[in-house]
Design a protein around this ligand. Sequence first.
Ligand SMILES: CC(C)(COP(=O)(O)OP(=O)(O)OC[C@H]1O[C@@H](n2cnc3c(N)ncnc32)[C@H](O)[C@@H]1OP(=O)(O)O)[C@@H](O)C(=O)NCCC(=O)NCCS
Length: 147
Amino acid sequence: MKLQLRPYQADDFETLYQMDQVCYERGIAYSRRTLREFLGMPGAATWVALAGADVAGFLIALCDASQGHIVTLDVAPTERRRGVGSALVAKAEREMAATGVRVVELETAVDNAPAILFWQKHGYRAAGIYRRYYRNRTDAFWMVKTL
Ligand SMILES: CC(C)(COP(=O)(O)OP(=O)(O)OC[C@H]1O[C@@H](n2cnc3c(N)ncnc32)[C@H](O)[C@@H]1OP(=O)(O)O)[C@@H](O)C(=O)NCCC(=O)NCCS
């Protein structure tokens, strides 16, 4: 099925919240309040991937001058390994580069092997570790890519 990417709309909120609950374990998944805060931050840009009429995934990025930050990337379990995550990252990187971003960073849990492989495939490299980064005290890799 053809994948479409479009900006976030307010009525996507509950779908994105529920998807985040499925994508991340307790202690890492966002509360509604935190998700709302990220979506509304200055410099925030959110893209939603649609497979037909269904939301297949989404990505939130924050831009601040030459620095970009991928806040979260979520792909519905049934839509994985079909290029949805890659399409969202490519879109985010293109849009960020167009606004002057040169370096993109993100955090991912040190025990999230699929995500680490995914980010490495997209050129992100571990540049450090944040100890007990998540509410459940899991450490995070700080990963960085120069566009
Ligand atoms: C990580 C995640 C975003 C990947 O999304 P996706 O749409 O399945 O990724 P893609 O289909 O674009 O995969 C691109 C490549 O990444 C790598 N990859 C993705 N998932 C992988 C997995 N489970 N195991 C190993 N490599 C994987 C592969 O190299 C893959 O290419 P291939 O399928 O040709 O082998 C998705 O698994 C997800 O939402 N996980 C839960 C939330 C999460 O961990 N988000 C990222 C942390 S911020």
